[in-house]
Design a protein around this ligand. Structure first.
Ligand code: SF4
Length: 367
């Protein structure tokens, strides 16, 4: 079997950037490769973040592109191929062609550990490749393992095997409790999640060592490694840690997260963009389109130029309709009201207030 590759994808968002800093600094023995899938339509702030990271890491970040031989930007190339049909949350050909396929071509059939920046305060699982040679690891979470690994590990078929393995693993003072949990079947009264959380609560590091021993009996890429330093990591990182890591390292927080004041009908609000990705991404909120129109009018104009032949970025209105003065005022007023309802959250970043929206969308683009 060829050597296991350890890869970390930079989406242009804060979490993957912080993950790169965190893993590189805390685990210098891991031979990490960094990559970023370039759609050709990112904001300048994203390219700046990638440059800053390259300086900090002292490494080149591999820029991957779909349709590399095309003379057009990757997005424009595929848009033509799809007959001008704009992507949407129901038809996300952009993620497949511009993010997932370039990544899967980059790793080929090599065994790969892919590090993913889902935080400890998020519920989502993120991108899990269906390729057997790619295994995802989540260093910011208490549970660093992907759902497929946990499901296999805690399957009732493995009760005896796990009980045997855990005898050699130091759950220390929680050993009896851990052995009881391990030998208990998953059923309606004790779900897979309950079993997982009970084992993590008993001892995160010991649980990680148990998973690692189990992986050695499977064909997961990590099972072929002699050791894995993250087994002894029980840190859980949340949103405030991400901003701290980026600021302290000097890499910086992408400028599009910065709040900017706006005024509407005598009221003052603040807006920003809440995530990375293409400047025209259909996942952005109405107020982010307004932000784009007012802060990057040339990009808004380009986004408008894509709306033809009856295709629009939004489900309910075109970009031309969205910037009619009365409509923009209504969007801003509605947004100020929403902010007022959530104003109890104290944070310099709007993204802390918009946390529920942040978890929608495309994990491959925004982490
Ligand atoms: S950022 Fe949005 S538009 Fe761009 S590839 Fe991702 S989902 Fe598609």
């Amino acid at each position: 079997m060829s050597k296991v590759r350890h890869v970390l994808g930079i989406s242009g968002g804060k979490d993957s950037a912080a993950l790169a800093v965190y893993v590189k600094t805390k685990y210098p023995s891991i031979d990490l490769e960094f990559y970023s899938c370039d759609t050709g339509k990112e904001l300048d702030e994203t390219y700046k973040l990638i440059q800053n990271l390259e300086v900090y890491l002292g490494l080149k970040i591999n820029l991957l592109q779909g349709a590399k031989k095309s003379s057009e930007d990757p997005f424009d190339h595929f848009l033509k191929m799809y007959g001008g049909f704009l992507p949407s949350s129901q038809a996300r050909w952009c993620t497949k062609k511009l993010k997932l396929e370039p990544f899967e071509n980059y790793v080929g059939t090599d065994p790969v550990i892919s590090y993913v920046g889902i935080r400890g305060d998020e519920e989502r699982e993120g991108y899990i490749s269906t390729r057997k040679n790619i295994q995802s690891i989540f260093p910011f979470r208490k549970n660093i393992w992907s759902q497929d690994v946990v499901t296999k590990l805690l399957s009732n078929q493995n009760l005896e095997q796990l009980s045997e393995m855990s005898k050699n693993i130091g759950f220390d003072k929680n050993k009896d409790k851990a052995l009881q949990i391990i030998s208990r079947k998953v059923d309606n009264t004790f779900t897979l999640d309950q079993k997982l959380n009970s084992l993590l609560d008993a001892d995160v590091k010991a649980f990680n060592h148990l998973v690692f021993a189990f992986l050695k009996t499977t064909d997961y890429p990590l099972g072929t490694e002699a050791s894995f330093p993250l087994l002894d990591n029980d840190e859980v990182l949340v949103r405030s840690d991400i901003f701290r890591i980026l600021e302290e390292s000097g890499v910086g927080v992408p400028a599009y997260y910065n709040k900017i004041d706006f005024e509407v009908n005598g009221k003052v609000g603040q807006y920003a963009r809440s995530r990375s990705g293409c400047f025209f991404c259909f996942f952005q909120q109405k107020i982010e389109w307004v932000w784009l129109y007012e802060q990057h009018p040339e990009l808004y104009k380009k986004a408008m130029d894509y709306e033809k032949d009856g295709y629009t970025w939004g489900q309910t209105e075109s970009l031309e309709e969205l910037i009619r003065p009365a409509r923009m005022s209504a969007i801003k007023e509605e947004y100020i009201k929403r902010m007022e309802r959530r104003s109890k959250i104290k944070s310099p970043y709007l993204i802390d207030i918009l946390s529920d929206e942040e978890e929608e969308g495309c994990a491959a683009c925004f982490i």
